[in-house]
Design a protein around this ligand. Structure first.
Ligand code: TMP
Ligand code: ASP
Length: 236
């Protein structure tokens, strides 16, 4: 399908129009950002790795009846995706305490939660992605009641599927962020990415961090997590 002009550029991806308005091309970049874009760097090869890891996860989810935007892979860094209107929410699922949850509630990083925890944030960098609850989402007309229920159900199901899959590869799924979109027909589907940029992955035995926290926290070898997850998932 012919790639036309750029529609949007985000921090880690670009979206291009195609000849068919039902589809877009998404291109992964090597740009890394943290703290709502305040910290920036180029991590060479990250775009390719994140594209391949995301596609691998999306295919597993599709097989488990979670609809996703992925249509097909076009190149190392590009996919053809369904054109959706992104629901302006960042959906966070947590299994183990880390990051902002640890700071906010004064709980030590690494503690396993009694049950998976689901959080909604408004997708708005300039406001620092503030927390938002279902009542506020409805009042602000950001999504329908049924959409919120579907998003919650899919998010917890995605957590179960990925947690089980990753455990077999000695990877602990600590937490992750999802985004959903609505097609022209009004169907809610999984969009965006599932990669070391948007998930926390720890080695199951050593608790070594294998994700973007290495970049956020100025740790050594910031590409190591991306490469290690890629190796365990794709080359397994
Ligand atoms: P947090 O602990 O900083 O709230 O992050 C929770 C999870 O969400 C973690 O896996 C990283 C991911 N995340 C994003 O993908 N984008 C974001 O903008 C933020 C803040 C977190
Ligand atoms: N994705 C966000 C940013 O680019 C925050 C993060 O991942 O830490 O700033």
């Amino acid at each position: 399908m012919k790639i036309l002009e750029q529609l949007y550029e985000g921090k880690a991806k670009q979206i291009y129009k195609t000849e068919n308005s039902d589809y877009v091309v998404i291109k992964y970049k090597d740009d890394a950002t943290a703290f709502n874009g305040k910290k920036k760097a180029i991590l060479k090869g990250k775009g390719t790795i994140n594209n391949k890891i995301t596609n691998h996860f999306m295919k597993i989810l599709q097989k488990n009846n979670i609809p996703t935007h992925l249509v097909k892979e076009i190149s190392d860094t590009e996919i053809l995706a369904k054109n959706v209107k992104i629901v302006p929410l960042e959906v966070i699922v947590r299994n183990v305490v880390a990051g902002s949850f640890s700071k906010r509630y004064g709980v030590k990083e690494g503690l396993s939660l009694r049950q998976p925890c689901l959080e909604f944030c408004l997708k708005n960098d300039s406001l620092g992605d503030p927390f938002i609850n279902s009542s506020q989402i409805l009042a602000l007309n950001l999504a329908e009641k049924e959409d919120i229920e579907i998003i919650k159900t899919y998010s917890l199901k995605i957590n179960s599927i990925l947690k089980e899959y990753l455990t077999k590869l000695n990877i602990k799924l600590i937490d992750f962020k999802l985004e959903f979109g609505k097609t022209k027909e009004g169907t809610v589907i999984l969009a965006d990415e599932i990669s070391p940029d948007t998930c926390r992955f720890w080695d199951i035995n050593t608790n070594e961090k294998l994700d973007k926290d290495r970049f956020r926290q100025d740790m050594a070898n910031q590409m190591y997590g991306y490469e290690e997850i890629y190796k365990r998932i794709i080359e397994n």
